[in-house]
Write a protein that binds this ligand. Structure first.
Ligand code: NG1
Ligand code: ZN
Length: 529
C-alpha cells in the first residue's frame, strides 16, 4: 500500500510553486532549475508506480540536455531503455501539475487507471548531468522513490544514453551488457577494437579526433573512456567544463543551429572535429577546408555514411535483411535524395522527437535513424542479430568477415538510445576501415542551403500538422500560403510546426541558394502570424 501520511509530509517539503503548469514534452519536463524541485519529487513517485506496473527497473534522468546551464529537466526511461510510454506522459503531466492537497488522490487515480499493483516491489535507477542544480534535484527524486517504498541505485553523473543503457541491461538479465559504467566502457571499447583491427593504419600509426564536450558530462565520460580505448583512437578534448559554461557558445546544438564552430576549440584546416551536446546524446562533425570554409556534417550525413557502410555489409552476407532509414522533416532534401536515389535504401519520415524515429526504426531488420541535429542510432531486430551471430560463426571468408563486422557494430551502437560516444566510435571505425577522410565523407552529397527560424506567437497550438509535420492543417489557409511561397523558389521546400520543447513555432526552409532559403523562411514566418 501507500503510506499516505508520509507522502503528504514529504510532498510538502517539495512544494509546487503556485500556478506553475508544466508539460511532459518530447524531452520530459524542462524549465528553469529553480522551478523543478516538486517535479523531481513527483517523478520519483511516478517512477515507483511505473516500476511496479511493468515489474521492471525504471530510469530517471536529471538533465536539460542542450538548454542553458540554469535550466534543468527530468525524464523517465522505460524498461527497454526507451522513452516513457505516451499514456504515462499524461500521468506525469497530471501528477506534476496537481495542487499540493491533490497529490495523494492523483497518485491513487493513476494507480487505478494503469492497474498498478501497489503490493509489488519497485526499483529505480537515477543518473544526472553536470549542471550545478542536478545533484540536489536528483536527491528530490530519491526522496520521492523512498517515500513510496521503492528501492533505487543512484549512478550519479552519467550521460543520458548511459542511463538508458543501464536500464536496458538491468531488464534483460545482463544479456545486453553489465549494468555498470565499467561494463559500458568495456562493451564499447571491445567492439571498437575488434572492428578496427582490420583497418589500414594511418600515416603516424594512430587516428586522432578533436571533441568539443559542450562543457558537460561528455568531457568526464570521454576522459574515463580513454584508457579503455588504448591505441585505437586518440581524443583531444575541448570545452571540458573547467572554465566555460555548459552549452555556452559550444556544443552540438550551437554548432548545428549557427552553422559555425564552437568557441574554445583550436581547429586546423582539414582536421576532423566533433561536438557533443550537454548530455552527450547528440553529435555533429565538422572541419575547415583549405580555403577556410566551415563544413558541417550533421545527423543526415552521419546516417548516410552509416547506412552506406551497413548496406555494403548486408550485401556481403546476402541474407536479404532489410534496411530502412528514418528521418524527420528537418532532414536536408539532398540527404533524402542521396539515400533514395544513389544508395537505394528506403527512407521514412516521422514526426520530430526521437521516440517517433526509434519506434519506426524498430520495423526493420536494420533500422537507421537520425535527426538532422545529430541524435540517432541503429537498431537491429532480434532475428537479424541472431542471423548475423550465426553467420559470424559458421560462414567462411568474406561473408564471415562481414558478419563479424556487423556483430561488432551491433555491440557498438547503443540499442536503447542515440549516444554521442557510441556514434562517434562507429563513425571513427567506419572512416578508418574505409580509409575515408572527413572531406571525402562530406562529399557524399552537397547539402541544400537551408534556414531555420523561431517565431513567437500568442498560441502556438493553433498550428496543427499532418504528413509527419510537413503539411499544416490549421489555421485555415496557412498551407496554401506556404505552397504559393515555395513555388517562387527552385529546389525549395518549407514547413512550420509548433515546437514541443519551447514556446515558439519553428519555420524550416530550403532552396537552391542561401539567399533563397533565407528569404523563403522569412516569408513563411510572416505567413504564420
Ligand atoms: P522541438 O522543440 O519540438 O523542435 C527539439 C528538436 C528535436 C529534438 C527535441 C528534443 C529540432 C528542430 N527540434 O524539438 O529534434 O531533439 O528538441 O530534445 O532540432
Ligand atoms: Zn541531449
Amino acid at each position: 500500500g501507500m503510506d499516505l501520511e508520509a507522502i503528504t509530509k514529504h510532498s510538502a517539503l517539495h512544494a509546487k510553486p503556485n500556478g506553475l503548469i508544466l508539460q511532459y514534452g518530447t524531452a520530459g519536463f524542462r524549465t528553469k532549475a529553480v522551478h523543478l524541485d516538486h517535479v523531481m519529487f513527483r517523478m520519483g513517485l511516478l517512477a515507483v508506480l511505473r516500476s511496479k506496473q511493468t515489474q521492471s527497473t525504471i530510469g530517471v534522468m536529471v538533465t536539460a540536455s542542450h538548454n542553458p546551464e540554469e535550466d534543468n529537466g527530468v525524464k523517465l526511461v522505460d524498461p527497454l531503455g526507451e522513452m516513457l510510454a505516451p499514456s504515462w506522459e499524461e500521468h506525469a503531466t497530471c501528477l506534476a501539475n496537481a495542487e499540493e492537497q491533490d497529490v495523494q488522490s492523483v497518485l491513487l487515480d493513476i494507480s487505478k487507471k494503469a492497474a498498478v499493483d501497489l503490493q509489488r516491489d519497485a526499483y529505480v535507477v537515477i543518473g544526472r548531468d553536470t549542471r550545478p542544480s542536478s545533484e540536489k534535484l536528483a536527491h528530490s527524486v530519491i526522496d520521492g522513490i523512498t517515500v513510496l517504498g521503492g528501492q533505487f541505485h543512484d549512478y550519479g553523473l552519467l550521460t543520458t544514453p548511459q542511463l538508458h543503457y543501464m536500464v536496458y541491461c538491468r531488464n534483460t538479465s545482463g544479456q545486453y551488457g553489465k549494468a555498470t559504467i565499467d561494463g559500458y566502457y568495456q562493451k564499447l571499447s571491445a567492439a571498437f577494437a575488434e572492428l578496427t583491427k582490420q583497418a589500414p593504419r594511418s600515416g603516424d600509426g594512430f587516428r586522432s579526433l578533436k571533441v568539443d564536450c559542450a562543457n558537460g558530462i561528455g568531457a568526464l565520460k570521454l576522459g574515463e573512456m580513454e584508457r579503455y580505448l588504448s591505441q585505437g583512437l586518440s581524443l583531444q578534448l575541448f570545452n571540458v567544463g573547467t572554465e566555460g559554461r555548459l552549452n555556452h557558445l559550444c556544443g552540438a546544438d550551437f554548432v548545428k543551429s549557427y552553422q559555425k564552430p564552437p568557441q574554445g576549440m583550436e581547429m586546423k584546416s582539414n582536421e576532423r572535429c566533433c561536438s557533443f551536446d550537454g548530455d552527450a546524446d547528440r553529435i555533429v562533425y565538422y572541419y575547415y577546408d583549405a580555403d577556410g570554409h566551415f563544413h558541417l556534417i550533421d545527423g543526415d550525413k552521419i546516417a548516410a555514411l552509416i547506412s552506406s557502410f551497413l548496406k555494403e555489409l548486408l550485401l556481403e552476407i546476402g541474407e536479404n535483411l532489410n534496411i530502412g532509414v528514418v528521418q524527420t522533416a528537418y532532414a536536408n532534401g539532398s540527404s533524402t535524395r542521396f539515400l533514395e536515389e544513389v544508395m537505394k535504401v528506403p527512407v521514412y519520415c516521422t514526426k520530430t522527437g526521437v521516440k517517433h524515429l526509434h519506434h519506426k526504426a524498430q520495423e526493420f531488420d536494420v533500422g537507421v535513424y537520425f535527426e538532422a541535429n545529430g541524435h540517432g542510432t541503429v537498431l537491429f531486430s532480434k532475428a537479424a542479430e541472431m542471423k548475423i551471430k550465426q553467420l559470424a560463426k559458421e560462414s567462411k571468408d568474406e561473408k564471415r568477415k562481414a558478419a563479424k563486422m556487423l556483430e561488432n557494430i551491433i555491440d557498438l551502437f547503443n540499442q536503447a538510445a542515440g549516444d554521442a560516444i557510441s556514434d562517434m566510435l562507429v563513425i571513427e571505425a567506419i572512416l578508418a576501415l574505409k580509409g575515408l577522410t572527413v572531406q571525402q565523407w562530406d562529399a557524399l552529397y552537397t547539402d541544400l542551403p537551408n534556414r531555420q527560424l523561431k517565431v513567437k506567437v500568442a498560441d502556438r497550438q493553433v498550428i496543427s500538422t499532418t504528413d509527419a509535420e510537413r503539411q499544416a492543417v490549421t489555421p485555415p489557409g496557412l498551407q496554401e500560403a506556404i505552397n504559393n511561397l515555395v513555388k517562387k523558389y527552385k529546389l525549395s521546400r518549407a514547413f512550420v510546426r509548433p515546437s514541443g520543447t519551447e514556446d515558439i513555432v519553428r519555420v524550416y526552409a530550403e532552396a537552391d541558394s542561401q539567399e533563397s532559403a533565407d528569404s523563403l523562411a522569412h516569408e513563411v514566418s510572416l505567413a504564420v502570424f
